[in-house]
Write a protein that binds this ligand. Structure first.
Ligand SMILES: [Zn+2]
Ligand SMILES: [Zn+2]
Length: 293
């Protein structure tokens, strides 16, 4: 069984909810039977990620994330990075430093390195322009990304990237999203993820951060049993997220499967009450969604 739990469901600037990062868990049987999952993966880990995990580890069913009252980062085995905004990568410095200096022993060579998964262009820039400042200084030397993580750069193919395969069964297929345009569409790398169960053939759509682009995602959404879609509640003239008004133009059967996330702090204002009827509702933080049985 594969499950997905939102550490947070908020927009980059939300304060009532944490950043839109998710914990993927793979279970031999199910969370009701197993003490802890066999495999774990975060999709993104932003500034609010550590606080979100700190809260989540106290909840029933998530106690395996706790060690002496602190976050047991050793149980986060891999992180898939969709793009470089701080609400998606801002927690990685804490995760890396905790693995080395709190849970590990650098001198003894006992350091747990989770896998870090993304395209090559994200991984290179992630280090050079985001993480290097805080993570390069180590006592006596300068560190590199591979001192903290096992690097898994997804192989480019003529049409996209070769999917990451978890436990020979689940495929994580990243696709380019139209998030921030510097000069033109797709010129600043950012990704969504289609997760597929190779055994049952089912798939789930996770938009990542993106402008509304129904044509680009239609085929993937069409075949997905659950659609997690980024949503911006209020209109602005140059959006970098999908506006709620745009999402409402999607076909009815797509909307009924669409769980909206990455939303602002006023989601519970009565003006958004229609979302519960028109869509599959707003994503619930700390709720374990079953992706595949
Ligand atoms: Zn974001
Ligand atoms: Zn973003």
């Amino acid at each position: 069984m594969l499950t997905l739990t939102f550490l947070g469901v908020g927009s980059a600037f939300a304060k009532r909810n944490h950043n839109s990062n998710v914990l993927i868990e793979l279970w031999k049987n199910s969370p009701a039977v197993d003490n802890q999952p066999d495999e774990t993966m975060l999709i993104d880990f932003g500034c609010a990620g550590p606080m979100a995990l700190h809260e989540l580890k106290e909840r029933a069913g998530f106690r395996y994330l706790s060690r002496d009252g602190k976050i047991n980062y050793r149980n986060i085995q891999r992180i898939l990075v969709t793009h470089q905004h701080a609400d998606h990568i801002g927690g990685l410095e804490e995760l890396a430093l905790t693995n080395v200096f709190v849970l590990g022993d650098l001198d003894a060579g006992d350091v747990f390195k989770p896998q870090i998964i993304s395209s090559m262009n994200i991984l290179v820039n992630l280090w050079d322009t985001s993480l290097k400042g805080g993570l390069s200084p180590l006592p006596g030397r300068y560190a590199m990304l591979q001192d903290y993580f096992n690097i898994h750069a997804l192989r480019p193919t003529p049409t996209g990237y070769r999917p990451y395969i978890l436990a020979d069964r689940y495929e994580f297929d990243i696709f380019a999203t139209d998030h921030v345009r510097i000069e033109r569409k797709y010129d600043w790398p950012s990704y969504g993820v289609e997760i597929r169960d190779l055994r049952g053939g089912e798939s789930v759509f996770y938009s990542g951060d993106t402008r509304f682009d129904f044509e680009a995602y239609e085929e993937r959404m069409e075949r997905s049993k659950i659609i997690f879609h980024d949503a911006q509640l209020h209109e602005i003239t140059s959006p970098v997220h999908a506006l709620l008004s745009e999402l409402r133009t999607m076909p009815r059967d797509i909307k009924k499967r669409a769980v909206l996330y990455h939303y602002g702090d006023d989601w519970d204002h009565p003006q958004f009450a229609f979302v519960a009827d028109e869509f599959a509702g707003f994503a619930k933080p700390h709720h374990r969604y079953v992706l595949f049985e």
